[in-house]
Ligand binder design. Structure first.
Ligand SMILES: Cc1cc2nc3c(=O)[nH]c(=O)nc-3n(C[C@H](O)[C@H](O)[C@H](O)COP(=O)(O)OP(=O)(O)OC[C@H]3O[C@@H](n4cnc5c(N)ncnc54)[C@H](O)[C@@H]3O)c2cc1C
Length: 710
């Protein structure tokens, strides 16, 4: 995409991870102020699906659990640069550097069904791998099919070599996955069965890029290994859930290997994308994974963590196999430092407030309370955007709305707009305006931005499910956009946060703080987020929580009401859905949480008194299940807040931020073809960097780590 020398004004719509990345890239000092960026954002805060705020008692209130993975190279680089530029004083601000913003979280697990024990957590501490995410690479870029597999093979080789050695008593229970696998392989005698030397030789050839030569012998070897594993199963797993689970991991890893080798993925220029028409479970079955492994907590966790259920129906799981493998291989084999990194506060103050501060310093203008309603195109053959039509949701009294407040020295977004900065603010507050709800269309006015006068280039950073609402002209003329909007589906999500009066040990959870998935609905994912409590501001007079739990899951779709109903029929749909999520949280605490926290209930049921309300009077007054009213829930149902799915057969419909159909328009977001086609912070940041490249030819494409789609 060519950049006319006169281009300077860029209108960015939205402020999620993708849009903020584009703003960050375009306003780098190296550009010498060439791009004058204005961000138009509905409502009063930044962050989109990652937005979080501070509620009563300084509680962190999130859209949902957000953890960062140790392979988020682009996202960590962004934040490392952001914090370096911010230069906060550590004596004044509790989060002054990126290392203070994130902490390693290596304890992860699944919740698995056991005949003997019922629902049971199975966890492991993943050992730190060298470096930290965002460090420069000293080795080759590991993000190629061969790169992933070479790393996976390194692990397998280590296992096989270890398996040929004498098994000595370890004295204590193995904790790392590697230790567990090694022990099982030793017991199984699998190395002796196949010949470690033979495997090693083939792997060396594969690592040297001679995939075609090794395809047949390696396939045969892997099949033999699978057959041996199946033969040994009954001997290996009898009576031991641990052994069964390790057996399942090996079974799945072998199926991945065999699938990659036999399907010729190493030789296919499309790489893993070539597998995207299959669902990952079907693909694994095709290459020999057993039924119990496919039903295991590991595979269920894969779907749960990606909210991968069409229409939020858990009977309809689906993730494109190629992207699922890319995600899993990067996750397990390319992480640096820790497998997971948890933020030390909410996404709002850890990510978006620092970005806001750096960007405003660089001269970016933020227009809050601006909702894009329509993108107007020119009618000619070389279409471009001629105007943007926006609703002004509220008028700001001063020159600019200031969105941040301070909690304990940390700039944060508050849970409500600062109505004092708005025209007729008190009235708007009384009316209970929900500026982020798609169904609350009330507005103070309208604004039309004209090309040439107000902008030269548009960066559309809204979620994919918003596009049909604001891009009807593009969809009417462009079948590729229509296909993308039809095929790249999204799902609503739900999240609950519970502040508890006892610590996790008192509740019966005896292991370190953990992130778990694969559990039962309505909340299949739980993370112990108690580490956040010191940065919240609980009242000294009232009870203080001693632990904090985040739960997350999909939310089944139902037909929402129209955004513009006939007069008098307005429904506060977002509030209705929040009430549903609150009921779901109550049911989950009542019926399921005791599998994780056995002492959270008595014979009468869940101990509701455990829930700590932020207001001492409320804490004293609420009884029984009503105490749920004091906890925080989020129903992410507005189109832009819906989570983007990676359904089988859908990835080819994604358009790239580099697509040059519209001269002065680019799209950025986790739903675009960005090299990592699964919704997450890293995908959004990669997309945002591509969007900046589309305008400024910078960053270089090679500098976008893991972008292997020329
Ligand atoms: C519950 C939940 C949990 C998640 N957990 C994780 C996790 O643990 N780790 C991880 O990496 N990822 C996680 N994700 C995914 C991650 O949050 C997203 O991939 C990422 O935030 C998407 O960023 P984005 O910029 O693509 O889009 P968005 O964040 O959706 O940004 C869109 C922006 O456009 C704005 N907007 C929309 N319509 C308009 C309009 N008409 N006018 C003006 N502005 C508009 C929105 O307000 C928003 O600012 C999670 C997502 C959810 C929903």
């Amino acid at each position: 995409m060519g950049t006319p020398p006169s281009l300077s004004k860029v209108a960015i719509i939205g402020s999620g991870c993708a849009a903020m990345t584009t703003a960050f890239e375009l306003t780098r000092p190296e550009h010498g102020g060439r791009y004058e960026v204005t961000v138009y954002q509905q409502g009063f805060r930044l962050g989109g699906k990652g937005a979080s705020s501070r509620g009563p008692a300084g509680r962190i209130e999130e859209h949902g659990l957000h953890v960062w993975l140790g392979f988020y190279e682009n996202a960590f680089r962004l934040m490392r640069e952001c914090y370096a530029e911010l230069g906060r004083d550590p004596d004044e601000c509790p989060i002054a550097s990126w290392r203070q913003a994130f902490e390693p979280a290596s304890h992860v697990g699944i919740v698995d069904w056991s005949e003997a024990a019922g629902w049971e957590a199975w966890t492991a501490i993943f050992p730190p791998l060298p470096g930290e995410p965002g460090d420069d690479f000293t080795r080759d870029n590991p993000y190629t099919v061969t790169g992933y597999v070479v790393r996976m093979l390194e692990v397998l080789r280590a296992l096989l070599e270890a398996a040929t050695q004498q098994l000595g008593p370890t004295g204590e229970k193995e904790r790392t996955p590697l230790q567990k696998l090694t022990t099982l392989l030793r017991y199984a005698g699998l190395a002796a069965l196949t010949g470690a030397a033979e495997v090693t030789a083939l792997l060396d050839q594969l690592a040297r890029g001679r995939a075609a030569d090794v395809q047949a012998p390696l396939s045969a070897l892997l099949e033999r290994l699978q057959q041996a594993l199946v033969r040994e199963r009954s001997k290996l797993v009898t009576g031991s859930d641990d052994a069964r689970r390790v057996w399942e991991i090996i079974d799945l890893v072998l199926a991945i290997f065999r699938g990659l080798v036999q399907s010729g993925t190493f030789l296919d220029p499309r790489g893993l994308d070539a597998l995207d028409d299959y669902d990952i479970r079907d693909w694994l079955a095709r290459y020999g994974a057993s039924a119990p492994s496919l039903a295991s907590g590991f595979v269920r966790g894969l779907y749960d963590l990606a909210f991968a259920f069409e229409a939020g129906d858990i009977a309809r799981p689906g993730i494109a196999a190629g992207q699922a493998l890319r995600g899993a291989l990067r996750f397990f084999f390319t992480y640096r430092g820790a497998l997971f990194w948890k933020m030390r506060a909410g996404m709002g103050e850890t990510i978006f407030a620092p970005l806001y501060e750096v960007l405003t310093r660089r001269g970016v203008r933020f227009e809050f309370f601006h909702r894009l309603e329509n993108v107007r195109l020119s009618g000619d053959d070389q279409p471009h955007v001629v105007a943007l039509e926006l609703d002004v949701q509220a008028r700001v009294l001063g020159p600019q709305y200031l969105p941040l407040v301070h909690f304990g020295g940390l700039p944060c977004f508050p849970a409500e707009p600062d109505f004092a900065q708005l025209e007729q603010g008190e009235l708007l507050r009384r009316e209970g305006r929900d500026f982020e709800s798609h169904w609350d269309r009330r507005r103070a006015g309208q604004k039309r931005l004209e090309v040439g006068r107000d902008f030269d280039f548009v960066v559309l950073g809204v979620g994919v499910a918003s596009l049909p609402h604001i891009c009807s002209e593009i969809l009417a003329r462009d079948s590729r956009w229509r296909s993308m909007c039809e095929q790249v589906k999204t799902v609503a999500t739900q999240a609950g946060q519970a502040w508890l009066a006892e610590d996790m040990t008192e509740l019966g959870w005896s292991l370190p703080a953990v992130t778990l998935s694969g559990f039962v609905e309505p909340f299949d994912t739980w993370a112990d987020m108690s580490h956040l409590l010191p940065l919240e501001l609980w009242p000294v007079q009232g009870r203080e929580p001693r632990s904090l739990a985040y739960f997350c899951s999909v939310l089944a779709d139902e037909a929402p009401p129209p955004a513009r109903p006939p007069p008098g029929q307005w429904v506060d749909y977002a509030a209705e859905q929040r009430a549903l999520v609150r009921r779901n949280l109550g049911d989950f605490l009542e019926r399921h949480v005791h599998h994780l926290w056995p002492r959270a209930r008595t014979e009468e049921g869940f101990r509701w008194q455990l829930l700590v309300a932020p207001d001492p009077a409320q804490d004293a007054a609420l009884r029984g299940r009503d105490r749920l009213e004091s906890q925080y829930v989020s129903a992410n149902v507005s189109p832009s807040d819906r989570f983007t799915l990676t359904l089988p057969g859908s990835t080819r419909y994604r358009l790239s931020p580099l697509d040059a159909t519209y001269d002065n328009l680019t799209i950025v977001g986790d739903y675009t073809a960005c090299g990592f086609n699964e919704s997450c912070v890293e995908a959004a940041v990669m997309s945002g960097r591509l969007g900046a490249h589309a305008i400024a030819q910078w960053p270089r494409l090679e500098a976008i780590v893991g972008y292997d789609h020329p």
